[in-house]
Design a binder for this molecule. Structure first.
Ligand code: HEM
Length: 444
């Protein structure tokens, strides 16, 4: 990432193309570069998520070979880890299974082949999600105070107010896109509140986050410069906010909190920027896709919707069950730092190990009838949608709050959301969710 930050550089706000549009345009212009996935257990193929046919593939792996190696894919060779127990095991050994970007980071995508290592290091955003101990520990501490139960409780009134406003602006009885009008709107609004980000610019957060987070872009080497340019612009924007708040009295937003944190003195400006980006990306499409996924899942299971409508005290549990059912991040990656045996499989140092949360959350040895949404499921909380261990999602409480408030405010308004049109899923193997979800609102 930009080691030379230029605070005075003018912003040229980018509103188009979005990351997915750029990637699709690039694929159309370079059809020969389209990734070819030939193996049945190569679950890096984004088509299986777009077409929503991943379920039986993972079920077969869990039954026949829960830890298996796939070779020669567009993402190289990798291990699939598909069960709840094995993923918890891998996450519990962070020294043996590294998250560090120097080893390859946390997604299945590697930098385009032949990338100059110096250029790669220069462009690397240092984020604590892609660090091992001890660096990870210190940097996580700088943001953790923003997510304590007391801080989350402090944010509840504002999030509730904002959620109500968005729901009250929706048309009843007329088709609209829930992703655009609700999921994106609420997620960017929450992040703007969290960061004290200028309200009018909040959709930039989605635009940047999509460019920063899309793993499939790593296959399109031609887009690397464009991506870098957009992310540099984002870094300049945040640097502007940072400079504004540097000399000012502390405010309750996350940027000010980080600036005034004692650990800040140990963080370079670049690390500060990297961690801000991590929070934007981490909190963005995950929450957005859960908000869409909840509506879709309740529509698919009308008996469960009726149960919830009749008993709103089930909402907190339903939030956990929806997180399990939706699993908005399909995977996280680790890289083995030494040869080891993983439940009978020989893993070699340097091997890429992919933990498929999507599969763990359908593990039939943990979740009875896993393909059904069951809002009063007794062990819904055991889901791994937030990961496990030292990297478990730092924003989990905030995400849970937003989802709970959304369901409560929908209940308050007797709002039933019926899927009634185009449903498009995200073309990705990392972010798992909806690009478009046309719905109609009905009074229950
Ligand atoms: C880490 C999921 C919302 C910030 C993670 C991880 C997952 C995850 C799977 C990695 C865990 C691991 O490697 O074990 C989710 C889901 C969310 C969500 C499903 C919403 C439904 C948020 C929000 C924020 C956030 C709202 C902040 C605004 C982060 C950060 C990390 C992280 C900073 C890195 C933690 C670390 O490395 O120590 N999240 N997340 N996430 N998430 Fe979230």
């Amino acid at each position: 990432m930009a080691t030379q930050l230029a605070p005075e550089a003018p912003f040229t706000y980018r509103s188009s193309p979005t990351a997915i549009e750029a990637y699709e345009e690039w694929l159309a212009a370079n059809p020969q570069a389209a990734p070819v996935h030939t193996q049945p257990w190569d679950v890096s193929a984004s088509a299986i998520y777009v077409e929503d046919r991943w379920g039986p593939i993972f079920a077969e792996m869990r039954a026949k070979a829960p830890i298996n190696k796939v070779t020669g894919t567009p993402y190289g060779n990798y291990w699939n880890v598909t069960t709840h127990k094995a993923i918890q095991h891998v996450e519990s050994l962070p020294e043996l299974f590294s998250s560090s970007w120097q080893h390859g980071g946390i997604t299945i995508g590697d930098p385009p082949e032949g990338t100059d290592p110096a250029k790669l290091a220069e462009r690397q955003m240092p984020m604590f999600i892609a660090m091992d101990r001890p660096d990870h520990t210190g940097q996580r501490r700088t943001v953790a105070p923003a997510f304590t139960p007391a801080e989350i409780a402090r944010m509840e009134a504002e999030i509730r107010h904002r959620t109500g406003e968005v729901l009250d602006s929706l048309p009843w009885g007329e088709k609209f896109d829930w992703v655009d009008k609700v999921s994106i709107e609420l997620t960017t609004g929450m992040l703007a509140i969290l960061f004290g980000f200028p309200w009018a610019d909040r959709r930039l957060l989605t635009f940047w986050s999509d460019w920063a987070g899309d793993v499939e872009l790593t296959l399109a080497s031609d887009l690397a410069d464009q991506r870098f340019e957009i992310l540099s612009e984002m870094a300049r924007y945040f640097q502007g906010l940072w400079m504004q708040r540097m000399g000012a009295a502390p405010t309750p937003d996350l940027i000010s909190m980080m600036i005034h944190s004692p650990a800040m003195s140990k963080m370079s400006p670049l690390e500060f920027m990297g961690n801000l980006v991590l929070l934007i990306v981490g909190g963005n499409d995950t929450t957005r896709n859960t908000m869409s996924g909840i509506v879709h899942a309740l529509d698919q299971f009308p008996d469960q919707r009726a149960l919830l409508e009749g008993n709103p005290s089930l909402i907190p549990n339903a939030v956990q069950e929806c997180l399990r059912f939706v699993t908005p991040l399909a995977h996280m990656r680790r890289t083995a730092t030494a040869d080891n045996e993983l439940f009978g499989q020989q893993i070699r140092a340097g091997d890429k190990v992919i933990m498929w949360y999507l599969s763990a959350n359908r593990d039939e040895t943990v979740f009875e009838n896993p393909n059904k949404l069951i809002v009063d499921r007794p062990n819904a909380r055991r889901h791994l949608a937030f990961g496990h261990g030292i990297h478990r999602c730092v924003g989990a409480r905030l995400a849970e709050l937003q989802l709970r408030v959304l369901l409560e405010e929908m209940h308050e308004r007797k709002m039933r959301v019926r899927v009634a049109g185009d449903v498009q899923r995200v073309r990705a193997n990392f972010v798992h969710g909806f690009r478009k979800l046309e719905v109609v609102l009905e009074k229950r």
